[in-house]
Design a protein around this ligand. Structure first.
Ligand code: SF4
Length: 290
């Protein structure tokens, strides 16, 4: 395995990326730089798995699988990442959210759903950090519906994440005027104009739970240290989780003890899941971290 590389976007932010899988993400969302050979980890065959040294992450937040999916080999990933005390997961699959033992980000409209539908969670688990919506200039109506669903009575933060397209043919003809060609690690991509990016962000200025991933569409605008959404929501989610744990164990139990008990239960449930044979192949969740 090559030396660990952090995502350049995270530099100086206190967040480090981990991709514990050995292969490309099987979901292959359109516009995903990781799957389209545009990521900072290329060539993937040589760099995966890409995980930081746990001893250096004791006081740093580890973002697991922002370039992959934590529901792929789910149980193995959850167990394998316990070496990072401050961690959160990313997924496009809504079925295992409550089984992650840390905060989790759910992408609402991945793959072919991007322009047509989004996951509508009936119950909001305490560890849901925020929901991520893949935006383009022709799915704004769907975005309004998602904002209405999540930030209204459910009070879940929603982050707008603009999709970049490697081919102009993926953009409907009438919307190409809002995009311009740019370079990403030597490859051509089509990225929304700043004016359109700003116009869409401004639609939601009255909703304090809607944020944008980064401060603009260009690469230099998308540095995490200038944004801070993930750190803010990570710690807010931990507070919610701790409150739920303390409540579940009764008011007299000290918080730390409640947390330990809760983690023991998680472990027990996960172990039972393993015994049922729920582990898929294709992943190396860095056994060294276990
Ligand atoms: S939301 Fe902000 S902090 Fe999180 S990945 Fe995007 S730019 Fe980084």
């Amino acid at each position: 395995m090559e030396q660990y590389r952090n995502n350049p976007r995270n530099e100086g932010s206190g967040v480090f990326t981990a991709v514990p899988h050995r292969s490309r993400c099987p979901f292959k969302c359109e516009g995903c730089a990781f799957n389209e050979g545009r990521s900072y980890l290329e060539p993937l065959e040589e760099t995966l798995p890409n995980v930081p040294e746990p001893r250096e992450m004791r006081y740093r937040v580890v973002c697991i699988n922002d370039w992959h999916d934590s529901s792929n080999s789910h149980l193995e990933i959850v167990q394998g990442m316990r070496g990072y005390p401050l961690r959160f997961f990313n997924t496009i699959v809504p079925y295992f959210l409550h089984e992650f033992d840390a905060p989790v980000v759910l992408t609402l409209n991945a793959r072919e759903d991007t322009d047509t539908k989004f996951w509508q969670l009936e119950e909001i688990p305490a560890n849901l950090m925020f929901v991520r919506f893949r935006v383009n200039t022709w799915n704004i109506k769907l975005l309004w519906q998602a904002v209405d669903y999540y930030t209204g009575t459910r009070r879940v933060p929603l982050i707008l994440d603009w999709v970049e397209y490697p081919k102009v043919s993926a953009i409907p003809t009438g919307y190409r005027k809002y995009y311009k060609a740019d370079q990403h690690d030597g490859r051509r991509i089509w990225r929304v104009w700043f004016e359109e990016w700003r116009r869409v962000a401004d639609l939601f200025t009255d909703d304090i739970l809607v944020y944008t991933c980064g401060r603009g569409p260009r690469r230099q605008d998308r540095l995490c240290r200038n944004c801070g959404n993930c750190l803010r929501e990570y710690f807010a989610t931990r507070e919610r989780m701790l409150a739920v744990m303390a409540k579940a164990e009764g008011p007299k139990l000290p918080q730390r003890q409640a947390e330990d008990l809760r983690h023991a239960r998680w472990r027990d449930r996960l172990d039972r899941g393993f015994r049922k044979g729920g582990v898929q192949e294709g992943c190396d969740a860095t056994a060294a971290l276990l």
